[in-house]
Design a protein around this ligand. Sequence first.
Ligand SMILES: *Cc1c(COP(=O)(O)O)cnc(C)c1O
Length: 412
Amino acid sequence: MFSYSDNDLYCEQVALADLAAHVGTPAYVYSSQTILSNYRAYDEAFGALPHTVCYAVKANSSLAVLALLAKAGAGFDIVSGGELARVLASGGDASRVVFSGVGKTAAEVEYALGHGIHSFNCESEPELVLLDAMAARRGVKAGFSIRVNPDVDAVTHPYIATGLGQHKFGIAIERARAVYERARAYTNLSAEGVSCHIGSQILDASPILEAVDMLVELARQLRAEGAPVRHLDLGGGLGISYRPGEKAPGVAQFVEGLHAKLRDTGLEVMVEPGRSIVGAAGMLLTRVLYRKQNGAKEFIVVDAAMNDLIRPALYHAHHEIVPLRKNGLPPVTADVVGPICESGDFLARDRLMANAMPGDYLAVCAAGAYGFVQSSNYNSRPRAPEVLVEGAGYRVIRRRETYLDLMRGETV
Ligand SMILES: *Cc1c(COP(=O)(O)O)cnc(C)c1O
């Protein structure tokens, strides 16, 4: 829902240059229509197949974004107690929450049990022991899945691949059956499902489909041995297009591939998409402060920095950068850099792009996922506001931080 009309970039019916002038920069802006249509693409593609789309909160955990998805009927995949607090505060339904993560603390498990979440995606045997003990103390039965590591290669950046034997995640699929078997001794646990999540920004869905076959087979065996196993949780990970020409798997096509594999299993399917729901729905707006040259290099110095969006520095991620208002100048090859005192503080390098001049606004595209959530106060920079566009209107859903916010909780 971002497009140009004449020389102006719009999000839905809002001209972003006007929005930037009102709200200031840097600022994150999200299209509510894009978020909802991406969620519905999953929901509708599953159709009659029993399913829950558990939005992965860590991709973008702003309350208004969560509220939008909760209202649309989404479940949630959380990786911390803090994320559960956000889901609850935004009106999400705890009974549609799954809790993933390799290092859940006792306090987090206690909190999640107290709110009656749907199930825990467990990643180790000691975690099962803890879950059983805490469920016993509360006198409840805790639903769990074991997150199996299928040892398939989700061709992606090494920092966001998670499904190989060498990674810290999950329990090797060969061992999983024995672990489920031992878990039967834990009387306060109920083996509700089998789960996996093999990585993120996956552009070829075939490794996920390969993992599905392994999960279906495991579920079949577990059921034959008397475990309840009602669902398969396939995790998230579908990629989006960050570069021109980069082709992301279509949600409908991906889900179509699942239908054939799951139709006759009697299993409910769960997915945990994050990036593919919010990634393309967001932009980081920034303003050009200065132009400068060092030797042969051309720099566009902007007011957004790596503390606002760390993906280029952390993953060498590519984000398209486009003008909010085209200025008619011929393009330039430049580095787009922020004010932070680090050479790693760049948003683009050697990029052929709009020849933006001081005062011009730029948009860093596809920044809705893993953008604001990874932002920090490094260099004592207040964090940017977030703005949600809804049709012809918009709301500031998180105000810009102040210097007082920066020092909150501190004493001299
Ligand atoms: C990060 C994560 C997701 C979401 O991944 P995306 O690539 O954003 O879809 C889903 N499940 C788990 C367990 C995760 O850690």
